[in-house]
Design a binder for this molecule. Structure first.
Ligand SMILES: [Fe+2]
Ligand SMILES: [Fe+2]
Length: 172
């Protein structure tokens, strides 16, 4: 039985990882819990946004967002499993979900979250590999593929190019 107290996050575990991805297992648990909180956030936002989009032009993407909600739940389960495997305790708290009465703004909020998620999972793959956790890196790569598809769906619905929106988000 692994020590479940190990994931108690202290301030030094919140330090930014080095560029080569070398982090401690405790830091990885902390960062995966941030990923899990983002997955919960995306489940909530896709469940709600898919229902409140009202414009006739957005009915196709609203259906697509319902599918995203289910995929985000799979991601949350995968990430929670990795946290448990590392001896941590999966968080119960989602990141804050923003709301808007404007359809386009809702899609922009979703896209911005996906950009942030993709950025984080790219780092996580490198960090897992630096720790020799190759199977975990593979699982996160699979999630990354789905998140990039979410980015494309949202960018397309907004009539934008993914590279363009991801880059502008990175500058923000
Ligand atoms: Fe996800
Ligand atoms: Fe996603």
């Amino acid at each position: 039985m692994l020590n479940r107290q190990k994931d108690m996050t202290s301030p030094n575990q919140r330090l930014a990882p080095s560029p080569d991805g070398q982090i401690s297992r405790e830091q990885l648990i902390f960062l995966l819990n941030e990923d899990l909180a983002r997955e919960y956030q995306s489940i909530i936002s896709y469940v709600v946004y898919s229902q409140v989009l009202k414009g006739a032009a957005y009915m196709t993407i609203a259906k697509e967002l319902e599918k995203h909600a289910k995929e985000e739940l799979d991601h949350a389960l995968t990430i929670a499993k990795q946290i448990d495997y590392l001896g941590g305790t999966p968080t119960v708290a989602p990141k804050a979900v923003k709301m808007s009465t404007d359809d386009e703004e809702l899609l922009r909020l979703d896209l911005s979250n996906e950009n942030e998620t993709v950025r984080n999972y790219r780092e996580r793959v490198v960090q897992c590999e630096a720790l020799g956790e190759y199977a975990m890196a593979e699982q996160i790569r699979d999630i990354l593929v789905a998140e990039q598809e979410h980015q494309i769906d949202l960018a397309t619905a907004l009539g934008k190019d993914v590279a363009e929106v991801a880059a502008s988000d990175e500058l923000a």
